[in-house]
Design a protein around this ligand. Structure first.
Ligand code: SF4
Length: 155
């Protein structure tokens, strides 16, 4: 099975803080050959640097961003919406190229969130919703799951 995978889950240091959130269980699944991973980081693919400012979706979720109803902002109000959409489009290009069967995504991210994202208040509160890349993958017919759902059947 070919899977687009949020690169930070595989130990790639692509997070906003320059770190990762390696998921040992997912890495074991990859090592066992059950998944052929295509690691992607939409925020790096957008041209944003690492480390970079933390962002949240304000006014909705990734679907709303794609509909022009919500924006992706830094805490100090810089509007990075166009970059996030650009990164999402690059990931869809890759998913098409490799004919991905599924995308396994990191929750909470304004790009990769897959069921849960931060609520746009920069206070650490979460809400239901999808990041911009997950939303665009779904709009293009790809199956998208959070790593928790994929491995542990939880949100
Ligand atoms: S954009 Fe996605 S892949 Fe990149 S660091 Fe954030 S959650 Fe990980």
């Amino acid at each position: 099975m070919i899977a687009i995978v949020s690169a930070c889950l595989l130990g790639i240091n692509c997070r906003y803080d320059g770190g990762n959130v390696a998921d040992k269980e997912l890495i074991e699944v990859v090592k066992a050959g059950k998944v052929v991973p295509i690691p992607i980081c939409p925020e790096q693919l957008s041209g944003l640097p690492t480390p970079r400012k933390t962002c949240e979706i304000v006014g909705g979720d990734g679907f709303d961003v794609l509909n022009g109803k919500a924006r992706v902002l830094t805490k100090d109000g810089e509007d990075l919406t166009e970059k996030f959409v650009r990164g999402a489009k690059e990931v869809v290009k890759i998913a098409r190229l490799v004919k991905a069967d599924v995308a396994i995504m990191r929750n909470f991210s304004p790009s990769c969130g897959c069921g849960l994202i931060y609520d746009g208040s920069f206070s650490g509160k979460r809400k239901e919703g999808f990041g911009v890349t997950s939303a665009l993958l779904m709009q293009n017919g790809f199956k998208v799951v959070s790593v928790e759902k994929y491995l542990r059947n939880s949100v």
